[in-house]
Design a binder for this molecule. Sequence first.
Ligand code: MG
Length: 395
Amino acid sequence: MKLVAGEQTDVGRVREGNEDEKLVDGRMGLFAVADGMGGHQAGEVASSTALEALRAAVAAGVPIRDAIARANEAVLERAGDDDRLRGMGTTMTAATLAAGGTLLIGQVGDSRAYLVRDGELRQITEDHSLVEEMVRGGELTPEQAEVHPQRSVITRALGIDAGVDVDLYPVELHSGDRVLLCSDGLTSMIRPDEIGAILRRESDPQKTADQLVAAANAAGGEDNITVVVLDAVDGDAPPAAAARDGAVAENGSPPPSRKERTGRLARMGRVGRVLLWAVPVALVIALAFGAVGWYARRTYFVAITDQRVTVFKGVPGGLLGWDPTLEERTPIRARDLTQAERSDLADEKRFASRDKADAFVDRLGQKVDDREEAAAASTTTAPTTAPPPPPPPGP
Ligand code: MG
């Protein structure tokens, strides 16, 4: 199995600089895209530093996951040396071709890998992004995620922490498979069905790469766009186009280490490290959520359930996942209430504290008691209040 590559990167139509970087090394069988972030060209430094370190590590025989960890260390070290680079980071989606035609893809961030097999497009990687986690948690639909204002906030990147969780995806390549590595400048501009259509329509990998970039620019080009297109082909003789630019990888890369094999089976834990700049966003959300929760949990209401007057903690119907809890089922029976009292409670009387709710219940209980006493009194004095006896029958 060999891989024939096409590649393209473009600044897009809005950004001033291109902070994306790609790596295509057919001889080593190493392919990657990195999307850097950080002000004052720091993003460019982050992505290029990461890819240089990745290449050096893979060249030295380091397995892909550890090579990405080394790239992480390199970005951190570089940022530590220069105040202007502090806080820079980068995504990385990197693929190595191993023995037996297995493509091993390591993933950190929201750049992606796709596979086209038998005409069908499949996304291989999962984004480490805020909206993707919200989609997985059922808080957003995929359609809502596409237009969410925080859709570019990522939850994992290289250059943030001393340790980094790398997700690994092995793909057993078949002849005719096509793999796409791309930055979010492509996927945020054109939908997967359009990406799939271009990947199916154009057979030449370089023309395909060019067309993908052109499509993202035609859609607005709001971010840097980087794509690497890899075609899996049988045989040893490199196709002419590939031989020309040397973009052919043979099965010469070292086989995956035992650690990688384990990694394939037991996927990495999915607890993402929140980026430094994602923390304020998360904090605001947490505070807002906490405020709603505080309101939901300090409020009480009184309602009729199971024919009894009942005190609940919370807000009727619940609020953002805080369901009301039953605090007390009082001895006051619904049937002892007047019509007016019952309809009052049908609207669920709300109170700002338990004391106030209790005071209301006490008054209600008192009214019921008063009525019962009055009724009892009227029963015992029945003769004086009873209607006059019917008139005696007529003669
Ligand atoms: Mg980007």
